[in-house]
Write a protein that binds this ligand. Structure first.
Ligand code: A2P
Length: 338
């Protein structure tokens, strides 16, 4: 058994990880179609030791494919959805284009795996699975098991988000601008709106009328959809920090019922895809450099909020390119197709 798999955005930061994750997890790939823009058509990439030439994405690219993993932008996902689905190919989309659409499951396999198969056209689905926002996936990996125990009433999040969330070019900008800063040379930002080296700034997504940026709104809306709970109250401040590929989040979580610190640790120690990492004596918690390249979401610093009842504080760290993007998408495909 094997699937002909298309990767849209194969040369991008997430695209490259799609290939790594498919290979590492031994996903049954019978053939691979690597797709990007005209600019990088002709580039050769390696999968399982074999070279594959990147092709320009066209509406015919999906013929004969059973699975397409998309990470090339919301606009590309919207433009090519129909061609993909018409070809009978399951689309797992990393963009935000369809996440809130009725009938499109928004899936984190450790949390709501039952939704994935509903996407299949054979099951009356729309042929599309949406991969949630990276910040949302990473937060919910830690929060969903606690929600099942004591039901979350309100979440206040502060995030420390890596360059990778803005794509390969933003990662390069972080390196180049840091090098320029150390060399005492000027550097004009090209990808992100502000100087990035030795700096941080509120998330660069579009600002809405209430003063929340899109990233903060995604955390609210997507969490409600994934946890199937519209009563959840969520607010947050998302910040871009000069880290290459791993997001960290400080979460303040109020529950409907009392939940002890000990019980929270017990639950998270058993939660799939979660690793508890901490050493209170050494003041040592998960950091982006520990978690970059790791599949699991790391959690620690669980403590009682002294200012309010039924409330815990948590520190959560996850690789944005893996569990926040490529790994979650491939897991969705596994649940739907295997
Ligand atoms: P390309 O390398 O040809 O620009 P990232 O998220 O790291 O910025 O990557 C974006 C991905 O989306 C890249 O693989 C990029 O390919 C691809 N992409 C961008 N624009 C298009 C397009 N018009 N058609 C197909 N792929 C595109």
């Amino acid at each position: 058994m094997g699937f002909k798999v298309a990767i849209v955005g194969a040369t991008g930061a997430v695209g490259v990880e799609f290939m790594n994750v498919l290979e590492r997890r031994n996903f049954p790939v019978s053939d691979l179609v690597l797709l990007a823009s005209k600019r990088s058509a002709g580039t050769t990439l390696t999968f399982k030791g074999k070279p594959y030439v990147v092709q320009e994405l066209t509406k015919d690219s999906f013929i004969g494919c059973q699975l397409a993993l998309f990470s090339a932008s919301g606009a590309i996902s919207k433009e090519y959805r129909e061609a993909c689905v018409k070809a009978g190919c399951l689309m797992v989309d990393n963009s935000s284009a369809f996440r809130m659409e009725d009938g499109v499951p928004l899936v984190v396999p450790e949390i709501n795996p039952q939704e994935a198969k509903k996407a299949l056209q054979a099951n009356g689905g729309k042929g599309v699975i949406a991969n949630p926002n990276c910040t949302t996936i990473i937060a919910l990996m830690a929060l969903a098991p606690l929600h099942r125990e004591a039901k979350i009433k309100r979440l206040v999040a502060a995030t420390y988000q890596a360059a990778s969330g803005a794509g390969h070019a933003a990662m390069e900008e972080l390196k180049d601008s840091t090098r320029a800063w150390l060399d005492g040379k000027p550097y004009a930002p090209k990808v992100l709106p502000h100087p990035y080296a030795f700096n941080l700034f509120p998330h660069n997504s579009a600002m809405g009328p209430e003063g929340y940026c899109e990233e903060e709104v995604k955390l609210l809306k997507e969490s409600r959809k994934i946890l199937a709970d519209n009563s959840l109250r969520i607010t947050g401040t998302c910040v871009r920090v000069p880290v290459l590929r791993t997001h960290a989040e400080a979460l303040n979580v109020e529950f409907h019922k009392p939940l002890s610190v000990e019980r929270a640790y017990e639950i998270l120690n058993k939660a799939p895809g979660v690793t508890v990492l901490e050493d209170r004596a050494k003041n040592r918690w998960a950091m982006p450099i520990d978690v970059a390249g790791k599949d699991n979401v790391y959690v620690g610093r669980i403590r009682k909020d002294q200012s309010q009842d039924n409330t815990l504080e948590l520190w959560v760290v996850g690789d944005q390119l893996l569990k926040g993007a490529a790994l979650n998408a491939v897991q969705c495909a596994e649940v739907a197709l295997l």
